[in-house]
Design a protein around this ligand. Structure first.
Ligand code: FAQ
Length: 308
């Protein structure tokens, strides 16, 4: 019986069709999907904090409205993704518990501080840019609800990337101090953005199986290279220098070569020792505790409506 079900799954993946919630799927596939979707959802929710930090200090009403809308979009992405995880039988309250107790990961990038308003622009340009590079192929991921959520998320992330780049272009046309802010933010976010794609292929325990299952379509290094190739001309147009002396076009490979990534720093951030890990989790926990009365009221209302 399991063999027949397994061959149905293999055929579905082989024909590039989607696995849907009611379909049988191998336990490992379900676990991997829950892991990836939950980490992704947590990243969207924790990712609201670094930019949210600047909402009250935006330089104009227009910038404030743009930033508010972006941060709200990230909340929406988190919600679609938690819903997609629920279709696999995950319990959202449990996922939140796993996040705030440090047992489930979220993207390393959100453990870095946002020191100036230029960081808001650089997050849009580089962090959303890296997210798009990584997530566009996930629109064809083999799990239907995840793939469909990614379509909408990618559209919104593309818009975010453009608003970030537009903010930076405006700052680059401003004063020398503003140009320096953009350069400084680029210096701080460039390497952590490259780390968003995950460990190098030869040290990525999940990649091979996830690619065989059609969850991931490209390896971490392939997507990282795509991001570098895409970002270099954007940096040139902007007039900023990417902080990598080894960055140069390689005619033979048809790609940019780039310097070594500090994987020790990545490891430290994943182990909870990045600059803002403790603060991010503490804030999330506080928000969760502060929202307890809303959840209780909603449950009481639902119970009353059910009894009617
Ligand atoms: N940070 O074997 P692999 C965003 C973990 S959303 C933390 O290569 P996999 C939107 C990995 O989970 C950003 N942990 O793993 C936004 C695994 O842990 P485990 C999030 C990382 O899953 C923008 C272990 O290392 N995007 O930015 C990281 O095959 C602006 C071994 O790694 C997604 O989640 C990392 N950077 O590939 C919001 C996209 N990299 O569980 C606000 C979906 C790896 O085995 C503002 N996810 N790890 O202990 C994916 O595409 C994949 O999960 C990867 C990792 C590529 C992240």
């Amino acid at each position: 019986m399991t063999e027949t079900l397994q061959s149905h799954v293999d055929e579905t993946i082989g024909h590039d069709r989607r696995i849907e919630p009611r379909d049988w799927m191998p336990d490992g596939y379900r676990r991997t999907m829950i892991r990836q979707i939950a980490q992704h959802a947590h990243s969207e929710i924790i990712g609201m904090q670094p930019e949210g930090n600047w909402i009250t200090r935006a330089p104009s009403l227009r910038r404030k409205a743009i930033l508010l809308a972006k941060v709200q979009d990230e909340a929406g992405h988190g919600l679609y993704l938690y819903s997609a995880a629920e279709t696999l039988g995950a319990d959202r309250a449990e996922l939140t518990e796993l996040l705030i107790s440090g047992r489930q990961k979220y993207s390393s990038i959100f453990n870095y501080p946002t020191l100036t308003y230029a960081d808001v622009g650089v997050i849009g340009w580089l962090v959303d840019g890296a997210a798009i590079c990584n997530q566009v192929p996930l629109c064809r991921s083999s799990y239907g609800p995840y793939a469909r959520a990614m379509v909408r998320i990618c559209k919104e992330e593309s818009f975010h990337q453009r608003q970030g780049y537009e903010l930076l272009l405006t700052m680059m046309r401003g004063t020398e101090a503003q140009r320096q802010m953009v350069q400084d933010a680029t210096n701080r976010f460039w390497w952590p953005s490259l780390m968003m794609f995950g460990p190098p292929d030869d040290r990525s325990p999940n990649s091979a199986q996830s690619m065989a299952w059609g969850i991931k379509r490209h390896s971490n290094d392939e997507l990282r290279q795509r991001f570098v190739d895409m970002s270099v001309p954007q940096a040139e147009k902007l007039g900023v220098t990417l902080p990598d002396p080894q960055l140069r076009w390689n005619d033979e490979r048809g790609h940019y070569d780039f310097g070594p990534i500090d994987w020790d720093e990545f490891g430290a951030v994943l182990a909870g020792n990045g600059p803002c890990n403790a603060q991010r989790i503490q804030r999330r926990k506080q928000a969760h505790d502060d929202g307890a009365w809303v959840r209780e009221a909603a449950m009481a209302h639902a119970a009353k409506a059910g009894a009617r």
